[in-house]
Design a protein around this ligand. Sequence first.
Ligand SMILES: [Zn+2]
Length: 332
Amino acid sequence: MSGADAVRSAARTPPSDGHPLHAWSSDHHALELPPGHPFPIAKYRALREKLLAPGHVHASEPAPDAWLLLVHAADYVDRIERGALGAQERLRLGLPWSAPLVTRARAAVYGTVMAARAALVHGVAGNLAGGTHHAYRDRAEGYCLFNDMAVAIEVLRAERRIARPFVADLDVHQGNGTAAIHASDPAVFTFSMHGEANYPTPKERSSLDVELALDCGDGAFLAALDAHMPAALDAHAPDLVFYQAGVDGLKEDRFGRLALTHAGLVERDRRVFRWCEERGLPVVIVLGGGYGRPLSATIDACANLWREAREARRRRPAVHAVHDPTTAFPPA
Ligand SMILES: [Zn+2]
């Protein structure tokens, strides 16, 4: 069975208990990177294979232009599609351009849109890709071509499903693209907690930025999260939370520099899910960064995240209606 067939077969599995955790994956769109490239392309498939059996995993299609153009400049989308990036742009992106790269990036956007729609029905849903928060309206940066959360926000707003989204970006790097895209839009709250010494430099201004010291460790990280996130949720009164759950704060990570442990990240995830649950807020998970040495540390951290997500979904109300989450959503 091919990767795509495995995903499709899993997607046909009916919800058994009314509490399915729906997730979308993109790794069936094959993408080869040069040997030794630092981007951990292998983690996506490994994570899906680890999660596939008990989950409800759906195959992402490439997102259409109509979605991308709600956020991204037409000439930028056109340049990406044709591979007509300038030298500076290629350098900033950090990934070699190829047609499969664009397809894969479009699929990651699709997964976040679909997962966001599913979260509105099921309370919790996610994308086993995405969190590409460094992509700007008109340029690529930091392994990110399109900003999946920004596109999902605009698709769901255009469909009148949401009005006040909240982006909880707990990746070790600032969500600079997301912050810039929504900078002049008070209906979108961008919350970013990140290492002050980490990429990017300079940083953008999110609705709320919380900067953490180098190697801060679990205690300082969780204290900062407690001090800021619940209050920000209450102040904004959102109707959907996007959780960019990057695990690159892990001490085994080659890019992150926060020295978090697996237990610390699990506690982070539990708190985010609980705060959303207490407020009756649907939450959509996107994967974000993770560059562990060894990569198995990153995959383990992601698997922990999805375990917590599955528990969080179990605590939400059952949805017994049999439906195909890729097409059949209640009318907006
Ligand atoms: Zn990151």
